[in-house]
Design a protein around this ligand. Structure first.
Ligand code: ATP
Length: 368
């Protein structure tokens, strides 16, 4: 169960690396590259995903996540590198020769078939007998809590139910690995949140390795055991959700997982007395009052002017233009009732945070 992130094997183990127990990882990628013509979609990936992990690939549109997934599934042939599943090199094998199933964003259900027949379809192709495949399909529908819906057609289901049918259709094959490409992409926010919880429970129940692709940081953080942050065909960082959020290694990771809150250049010199790029999470910053007030000893502090106030219910977000240059977001929980200080546009404020929350960032993975 090792994880090697792409950046540099010679460096100390990056955050998120699991101890090497000698067990074969479910998925091992080595030197994986893919070019389309002259464009490089995946620029060299080394990654191990452990058996039974819920693993997220998080990155912006066009960063190469889907291409990585398609190479694991066998739909795309790598330009270089290898894909090993459970200790077996499958790089040259067709999708159906791999112990992997994929759930696509559009679910790809057959509209003319019943839900039960959709789920049983893969078993029919594998020539499983009719009675057994109906039983297995029914059990898979039970797993996704749709046992009563077997006789319906996909058009008679909600988006979330269709998504679960697609899952049941993949689960019925009992693959070692399930790949999910933006599985919640077509769902509205409420359903999406409900499905996230359900999917996580389901994964624990069936014990299959899940790898899912998303551009939604919230989804990646809530659902996964570990996250790989993908940027321009490379993995910038691999770690647990807490590790990539609390200890981002690069400015890209700090920005993409969370809010961009960077102190750099002249502002870093003035506020921190050091050069370089630093990040500080918005919820770690306190607004302590007017610029004349003082911060606690050992805190980093600076002054600025409120430029925007956004009330979001449980919290309020302030955008503060710093006197030293740049803008910082500050999030305050609205838990203080009427006694809580409130600030408005153009108010002059002092900001303070514990020095340990200054995150030293590299500008990109090559200097991390
Ligand atoms: N079949 C193809 N032919 C040419 N270029 C492709 C092909 N598939 C993907 N690409 C390019 O490779 C890059 C990575 O694409 P990919 O679909 O892997 O990104 P992604 O991170 O999954 O994006 P999204 O979140 O938008 O799905 C993009 O620049 C894309 O245009």
């Amino acid at each position: 169960m090792t994880v090697r992130d792409t950046v540099d094997a010679a460096r100390p183990a990056p955050a998120g690396q699991q101890p090497d127990t000698g067990a074969e990882p479910a998925i091992r990628l080595r030197g994986l590259r893919k070019s389309f013509g002259t464009a490089q979609a995946v620029a060299g990936i080394d990654l191990d995903i452990a058996d039974g992990e819920f693993f997220a690939m998080l990155g912006p549109s066009g960063s190469g996540k889907t291409t990585i997934l398609r190479m694991i599934a066998g739909f795309e042939r790598p330009s270089a590198g290898t894909v090993t599943l459970d200790g077996r090199d499958v790089t040259g094998l067709a999708p159906f020769e791999r112990d992997v199933n994929t759930v696509f964003q559009d679910y790809a259900l057959f509209p003319h078939m019943t839900v039960l027949d959709n789920v049983a379809y893969g078993l029919r192709v594998k020539r499983v007998g009719r009675r057994q495949r109906r039983e297995m399909a029914h059990r898979a529908l039970e797993t996704v809590r749709l046992a009563e819906y077997g006789a319906r057609r996909p058009a008679q289901l909600s988006g979330g139910q269709r998504q679960r049918v697609a899952l049941a259709r993949a689960l019925v094959n009992r693959p070692k690995v399930l790949l999910l490409d933006e599985p919640m992409g077509a769902l509205d926010l409420k359903l999406r949140t409900a499905m996230q919880t359900e999917l996580k429970h389901l994964q624990r129940e069936v014990g299959i390795t899940f790898v899912f692709v998303t551009h939604d940081q919230q989804e990646a953080l809530t659902m996964s055991d570990r996250v790989a942050v993908v940027n321009e065909g490379r993995i910038e960082q691999v770690g647990t959700p807490a590790e990539v959020y609390d200890a981002p290694r690069t400015a890209f990771v700090a920005d993409f997982v969370g809010t961009s809150n960077l102190i750099r250049g002249e502002a870093a010199e003035q506020i921190l007395g050091r050069s370089g790029t630093y990040g500080v999470r918005p919820e770690k910053i306190r607004l302590v009052g007017s610029p004349d007030s003082t911060a606690a000893p050992g805190e980093t502090t600076t002054t600025g002017t409120v430029r925007d106030v956004a009330f979001t219910g449980p919290a309020t977000r302030y955008e503060v233009e710093l006197d030293a240059g740049g803008v910082l977001s500050v999030v305050r929980q609205n838990d203080g009732g009427a006694a809580q200080d409130r600030y408005g546009n153009t108010d002059r404020v002092r900001l303070a945070w514990a020095a340990e929350h200054n995150l030293r960032l590299a500008d990109d993975a090559s200097t991390a």
